[in-house]
Design a protein around this ligand. Sequence first.
Ligand code: PMP
Length: 426
Amino acid sequence: MSRNQQLFEQSQTLIPGGVNSPVRAFGSVGGTPVFFKRGLGSRLWDEDGQEYIDYVGSWGPMILGHAQTDVIAAVQATAANSLSFGAPTALELDMAQLITHLVPSMEQVRLVSSGTEATMSAIRLARGFTSRSKILKFEGCYHGHADSLLVKAGSGALTFGQPSSAGVPPELAAHTLTLPYNDVAALEQLFSELGEQIACVILEPVAGNMNLVNPSPAFLNALRTLCTQSGTLLIFDEVMTGFRVALGGAQQLFGIKPDLTTLGKVIGGGLPVGAFGGRADVMAFLAPLGPVYQAGTLSGNPVAVAAGLATLQQLQRPGFHDELAAKTRQLTDGLVQAARDVGVTFSAQSVGGMFGLYFSEHCPNSFAEVMQCDKAAFNRFFHGMLEQGVYLAPSAFEAGFVSIAHSEADIDQTIAAARQVFASLR
Ligand code: PMP
C-alpha cells in the first residue's frame, strides 16, 4: 500500500472523512486524495515522492508559486519577533494602506483570518447598516460556510432559501434569497418586488466555485444600478478574484464600484488572512465605533500579514498580471486545441490567473449550464492527468489557478499530457 493510501486510511479513523475541508477528499472524482509533503514554484511532491505540476495553488493563495524565497524570508523574520500579540502592529497599517491603495473602493478595511469570516462579517455589517434582514446571493456562488450563505436556489426566478446544509435553521435560510447568475430579468423582477427589504447582494464577480462562470456586463451594470436605487449594499466577494484577475481585482477589470469588498487567499500568501472593507460611512458601523460587533484573537496576525505583504509586493511589478493572464490563456488555448485534435467535446476559458475547463461545447454562463457538462468525462480526465503528474482541482465545479512560477515548459508538459488523456477518453 502506498504511503498516501496508508495516511488516508489512518486519517479517516480520526478526522471526519480523513480531511479538514470536504473537497480535499476526492468525493467528487473518486479515489484516494494526495497527501503533499513539499512544494517549490509550480511543483508539488507527495508523500510517495511523486511529482506534480500544481493547478490548485492551495485554492488560490499561491499566486507566486510554492516556497517563494521572499515570502518565506518575510515569514521567518517576522516570526522571530513573536507569532502574535493580540494588539495592533505597524504591519497591519502597512496592509491597510496597501489594500486601500490597490482597491480604491475600499476606503477602510478590517483584517480577519479567513474568507468565511470576511463574508460573514460583511453581511452582518450590511444588515446592521441598512436595518434590513434579507440578503441576495446567486446560485452556484460560494461565499464560505456562514449559516446565511449556505443556501442555494432551486430553479426559477425567485426562490426563498432552502438551506443546503443540515444545521442551518430554515428560519434563518428564509432571509437568503437566491437567483440564477447572469439573469438580469430575474434580478429586475426581484428588486421591483422586494428591493427595499434587501440589505445586500453578495456575488463572486467572476464565479469560481461552480467551475468558472463569467459575469455579463449587463448583469454587473444592472446589479450596481438596482442596488443604488434601493439602498441595498453591493458586496463583491473577491476572496478568489482579488489580486488574481487584475491587480485591483474584478472591480478594476469590469469598472464596477461595489459598496463592500471581501478578500482572502492571495492577501495571506498562503497563511490565514481575510479582509473586508469599503465605504467609510458603512465601515463606521463596526465595533468599537459602531453597533455591529466583529472581532478576532488572531485577526491581523503579524506572520500572516507579513506573508501577504511580501506576496502583494511582487504583484505590483509592472506587467505581472499581463504575464500571468498570458500563461493562463496559453494553457486553456492549448487544452482546447488538444481536445479538438482528437475530437473530444471540450471548452475552456481564463480570466487573469484563473481558468475553467468544461466537457461541453461552449463555456457555461450559469449554474444550470455548468450542471449540463459531462461530469463523468471530467472525472476520467482528472485521474488521467493525475497519473501524468498534473494536479487539477479534484472536482468539475472548481476553477483552476496558474501561478507566476509556471513556466512555458510546465504549460507545454501539461498540454502534452492532456493530448494523451483526451485521446484515451474518446
Ligand atoms: N468566498 C469565495 C469566493 C471563496 O472562493 C471562498 C473559498 N474558496 C470563500 C469565500 C471562503 O474562504 P475561506 O475558505 O478562506 O473561508
